[in-house]
Write a new protein. Structure first.
Length: 113
């Protein structure tokens, strides 16, 4: 599903997406298109992108091709989703204690058992 969502190819494009959007939330998925966890997240994001287009825009960022934010945002997990509104990082509460970003755990065979 990642090929249906817009990829931001450089750090400049990521910055411009965050800076230029004034009316909608910017949703950034950091990770890799080939990663199983990211594929599942991309499927979910694609599924909601049309429904939320009036108040949110979704972008994908490959952390290997665009390593600019890996250290700044501590992108050490295989798949991370972050939210921005009017050039401000939005803190979220998912009950995990880390409210800077949404970490997507790696899928394992045990989840299916």
């Amino acid at each position: 599903m990642s090929y249906f969502l817009t990829h931001l190819p450089t750090g400049w494009h990521v910055d411009q997406a965050i800076l230029s959007e004034e009316d909608r939330v910017v949703v950034l998925r950091f990770g890799h298109d080939w990663d199983e966890t990211c594929m599942k997240m991309d499927e979910t994001l694609f599924g909601v992108a049309e429904r939320v287009k009036n108040f949110a825009v979704v972008y994908l960022v490959d952390t290997t091709q665009v390593p600019d934010f890996n250290k700044m945002y501590e992108l050490y997990d295989p798949c991370t989703v972050m939210f921005f509104f009017r050039n401000k990082h939005i803190m979220i509460d998912l009950g995990t204690g880390n409210n800077n970003k949404m970490y997507v755990p790696r899928l394992t065979q045990q989840l299916g058992d």
